[in-house]
Design a protein around this ligand. Structure first.
Ligand SMILES: Cc1cc2nc3c(=O)[nH]c(=O)nc-3n(C[C@H](O)[C@H](O)[C@H](O)COP(=O)(O)OP(=O)(O)OC[C@H]3O[C@@H](n4cnc5c(N)ncnc54)[C@H](O)[C@@H]3O)c2cc1C
Length: 560
């Protein structure tokens, strides 16, 4: 947008399923009371599917928000009426990854970023674009080597603790559904999505309210993102695990180097983005003075249905359904006071269930898909949230609960990464099921008592929710529905407290925790935004002298 123009958002324009997007220009201009001569630019800012029921059937259509660029100061009675009626609002300003007013302590700083997940990658990009010197340390391998390690795990059923679905280039979301939406409303969302588009992501991610780009496309984007980082001067060190740090001073302490198996790596500041499975890293850094607190996390199972069951309910069987891809859902059963709220999470249409494993003899499931969403299965986590009140207030009590459940799941599956599974009606009736069970889980499933793997509170919350969900999607709790357990790592069980404004870790002058492993984000986009925000706080406020005074207490809002 130039200085001579301004942008307005026209809200809630309807678009038929088969209609071309070009129809939106005329409709947006009419809704805003503008003529074509006043238009300087046009873009879709959000497009979502409206599949609500009306009179027993679903009426499918898209609901679109459109940004119109007009000459600055343009006014007309019709335009003013549209503004007053709320059909048109000023479009929020998009942010920038670059910080121009860098703090003096940063201009000569060498910043170490720990972790190459979305948080670490976008922290590194924001730092490098703003002129900082950056070393990015990633314990796992680069993408190609990671793929080979996963193929080995598929063949041998022996996981590699450093090269797996959770550790390596791109972080935990590299083998995922690539859902790139978030409920976090942040000005950095658009610049991050634009950076992904520049690396080959489809432009629809800029506005699609349910953008799922898939593992295959993520794997084409990541190498280009790496090239971009290298071009900006970031030095990437794969296969280098940070095992601790050396500090100088006490109030606040200052990290002067990172300890790695390859030796000490000197640094002036640390952006810490180790993800939700860095259990050994949290423990090691806690021994080196990092404050670690327990935090609520989600616990439950993966549930899988034939995709057709979801499609028929959500999109119907009419001709319009054929124009839409596989359907997704998002379900919530509120707390009744006694049992906690339970919800679907990380739904993967046309996807597959994967073993989300970083350590031998622990089993946890998650979901992924390719961009075509072509598998005949729909899976999602069904989870509830447990907090320190339920599992204990020790820093690692949540981790200990995850570990107990994951070990029990490994054994229940037969100790070879076969997953325990149970039909939903058997789960509801708390009885042993009988096979055979058909699922997308690659290592196969073994009929078992998934219900017995979960704490009582989680089990009763899931029972209550599944009955409700069966009203929303008939068949959801029917014989075709299979639970594959367990889902323990939908979010991290610890928080690394940090200052609200400077993002400095409690007690440290130059440590900036971020992303899911720090407990400040959940999901690809929210982790990327949090990483960039941490980097920007470092750039703006520099390396500090005072202890944090205003601990951050915001709740993490996840995409689902
Ligand atoms: C199978 C699967 C599917 C998912 N699907 C989606 C989805 O569709 N949409 C969505 O929004 N979210 C999804 N998620 C969640 C999402 O991937 C995470 O929320 C997100 O990746 C968190 O980003 P992060 O950068 O904080 O951490 P991570 O992505 O976990 O990255 C942390 C990185 O730090 C590295 N690391 C850890 N310890 C050290 C150390 N000591 N030294 C050096 N490096 C270290 C790890 O190897 C890892 O690569 C999925 C997760 C999984 C596992």
């Amino acid at each position: 947008m130039s200085d001579a123009t301004e942008t307005y958002r026209v809200l809630g324009i309807g678009l038929g399923i088969g209609e071309p997007e070009s129809a939106l220009v005329e409709r947006a201009l009419a809704a805003a009371g503008l003529g074509p001569g006043e238009l300087r630019g046009f873009r879709i800012s959000r497009k979502s599917l409206d599949a609500r029921r009306s009179g027993g059937s679903r009426r499918l259509r898209f609901v679109v928000h459109v940004d119109l660029v007009v000459t600055k100061g343009h006014r007309s009675p019709a335009f003013d009426r549209a503004l007053r009626a709320g059909r048109v609002v000023r479009a929020p300003a998009s942010g920038s990854l670059v910080v121009s007013n860098r703090h003096e302590t940063v201009s000569v700083a060498r910043v170490a970023v720990v972790g190459s997940g979305p948080a670490g990658l976008f922290a590194a990009l924001a730092l490098a674009l703003s002129g900082a010197e950056v070393d990015l340390f990633e314990r796992g391998p680069s993408l190609r080597e990671r793929g080979r390690a996963l193929a080995r795990f598929d063949r041998t059923r022996v996981p590699d603790p450093e090269r797996n679905l959770l550790f390596g280039e791109g972080g935990a979301g590299t083998y995922s559904d690539g859902k790139l939406y978030t409920r976090v409303d942040d000005p950095l969302e658009i610049p991050i999505l634009e950076a992904l588009v520049a690396c080959g992501a489809p432009t629809e991610i800029l506005y699609d309210a349910r953008a799922h780009i898939g593992t295959d496309r993520l794997h084409r984007i990541l190498p280009r993102l790496r090239e971009r980082l290298e071009a900006e001067g970031v030095r990437l060190h794969f296969g280098v695990r940070v095992d601790g740090w050396t500090v100088r001073g006490e109030t606040p302490a200052r990290v002067v180097s990172l300890r790695t198996p390859a030796g000490e790596a000197p640094c002036d500041a640390v952006v810490l983005a180790p993800g939700h499975s860095a259990r050994d890293t949290w423990r090691a850094l806690a021994r080196d003075g990092l404050v670690v607190e327990p935090k609520p996390f989600q616990l439950g199972v993966r549930v899988e249905h034939p995709q057709r069951l979801v499609d028929v309910d959500r999109h119907g069987t009419g001709p319009e359904a054929a124009l839409l891809g596989p359907a997704s859902y998002s379900l919530l059963c509120r707390s009744d006071g006694g049992t906690p709220a339970t919800y679907s999470f990380c739904m993967c249409p046309g996807g597959q269930i994967v073993a989300s494993v970083s350590r031998p003899e622990f089993l946890c499931t998650n979901g992924m898909s390719n961009s075509r969403h072509s598998s005949p299965f729909a899976n999602a986590a069904i989870v509830t949230t447990l907090g320190p009140r339920e599992f204990g207030t020790g820093a690692f009590d949540g981790v200990a609960l995850q570990e107990r459940i994951e070990q029990a799941a490994f054994e229940a599956g037969g100790s070879d990464y076969t997953a325990p599974a149970q039909r939903v009606p058997d789960f509801l009736a708390a009885r042993e099921g009988v096979g055979p069970l058909r699922t997308s889980y690659r290592f196969g499933v073994r009929p078992g008592r998934v219900d017995r793997l979960l704490p009582d509170l989680v089990r009763s919350a899931l029972v209550r929710a599944l009955v409700r969900f069966d009203h929303s999607i008939p068949g959801f709790a029917g014989p075709e529905a299979v639970m594959v357990g367990v889902e323990t790592r939908s979010s991290g069980p610890v928080r690394l407290p940090r200052d609200r404004e400077t993002f400095r870790a409690a007690g440290f002058a130059n440590v900036f925790p971020c992303g899911e492993g720090a407990g400040w984000a959940g999901g690809i986009m929210s982790a990327a935004i949090d990483g960039a925000r941490a980097a920007q706080a470092l750039l703006r406020f520099g390396i500090g002298g005072a202890s944090p005074t205003s601990p951050e207490r915001t709740r993490v809002r996840r995409a689902d």
